[in-house]
Design a protein around this ligand. Structure first.
Ligand SMILES: C[S@@+](CC[C@H](N)C(=O)[O-])C[C@H]1O[C@@H](n2cnc3c(N)ncnc32)[C@H](O)[C@@H]1O
Length: 310
């Protein structure tokens, strides 16, 4: 609640009295006072004089735009909080809690709420996750890479980074029309707009064919096996015979447990996969895993190539 109301920002801007904080945040003074009092007792914010609040180290964390974006109950952060709170529903139904809580599956809900979709896109971008590492290949061998397709590439942050780091490449961003519509600024500010195209479309439809590299970053874990295999199949159909499909995120070398696995479950009915589970899915789609490993950043990368036929 205090993140949504930007209380830490108001304090940092010099507003410290609870009545003035409530006025600045547009909320009820009594409720705010009681919530801040509780947070002070838990070590977040200080109250140097009655009714006057200050930032301490923990509260200063609430000045981090990425954290605020994820906690903003008016935006996508609110959707995540409610879905988490319905883990029990997911356990009882075996279905994503999101569908039950919001009355529609995840992507349909974003279609119906442009403000939530914009907040989700922002959370996926640099404001939420920082600039992604553009060194996406395990062997660093870019010699044969001319065209890169970022499949479900969001607002283009990774692709812009790749194109900036590799001036001989051109890129195609595939994502939903409302999301690619937000990508122009990303490519402009990276100085690569002349080498990027952004056809809006679905990765369940045929992808631009013949490229050397297809990237899937944080995409496959959003989907159950049938849909994840269908996306991989589109990549397999499109990739050049000598090209690669590179998966970043959603695959772990060992057991695929963890918080992000549970988040995929409650939001989307998706899952994190072990390398063995992923390799089986890739084989169904006509791809063979040819390399996997951690990059210096710790990111786990899986590279696939078209499976030999015949
Ligand atoms: C978890 S986000 C990852 C975005 C980006 N790759 C990243 O790592 O920041 C998943 C992306 O899949 C896109 N998406 C969902 N359904 C899609 C579809 N049918 N076709 C294309 N993109 C889709 C979403 O719009 C979103 O940008």
């Amino acid at each position: 609640m205090v993140a949504t109301l930007r209380i830490a920002e108001h304090i940092a801007d010099g507003t410290t009295d609870v009545d003035k904080l409530a006025a600045a945040a547009g909320c009820d003074q009594d409720v705010l006072h009681r919530v801040l009092g509780h947070l002070v007792s838990r070590g977040v914010f200080a109250e140097p004089a009655p009714g006057q609040f200050a930032l301490n180290e923990a509260a200063r964390g609430l000045l981090d735009p990425a954290l605020v974006l994820g906690l903003d109950l008016d935006g996508f952060g609110g959707r995540m909080a409610h879905a988490w709170g319905s883990l029990l529903t997911a356990a009882r139904t075996g279905r994503p809690a999101y569908d039950t809580v919001f009355g529609r599956p995840f992507w349909a809900d974003l279609d119906a709420h442009p403000d939530i979709a914009a907040s989700f896109d922002a959370l996926m971008g640099p404001a939420g996750h920082g600039e992604p590492d553009p060194e996406v290949l395990l062997d660093g061998d870019w010699d044969a890479v001319r065209t890169v397709v970022d499949v479900g590439g969001g607002t283009g942050t990774l692709l812009a980074g790749v194109l900036r780091a590799r001036p001989a490449t051109t890129g195609i961003l595939i994502d939903l029309p409302r999301t690619v519509a937000r990508a122009a600024g990303t490519f402009d500010s990276a100085g690569v707009a002349g080498r990027a195209t952004t056809p809006g479309g679905s990765f369940f439809d045929p992808l631009p064919a013949g490229a050397d590299l297809y990237l899937l970053k944080s995409v496959l874990a959003d989907w159950p096996d049938a849909e994840a295999a269908a996306i991989l199949r589109r990549c397999a159909e499109a990739v050049s015979r000598t090209g690669r499909v590179v998966v970043l995120g959603g695959v772990t070398p060992g057991a695929a447990a963890g918080e992000s696995d549970l988040l995929m479950m409650v939001l989307l009915g998706g899952r994190q996969r072990t390398l063995a589970e992923f390799a089986e899915l890739a084989a169904r789609a006509g791809l063979a895993v040819t390399a996997s490993g951690r990059q210096p950043s710790g990111r786990y990368v899986v590279e696939c190539r078209p499976a030999p036929t015949g």
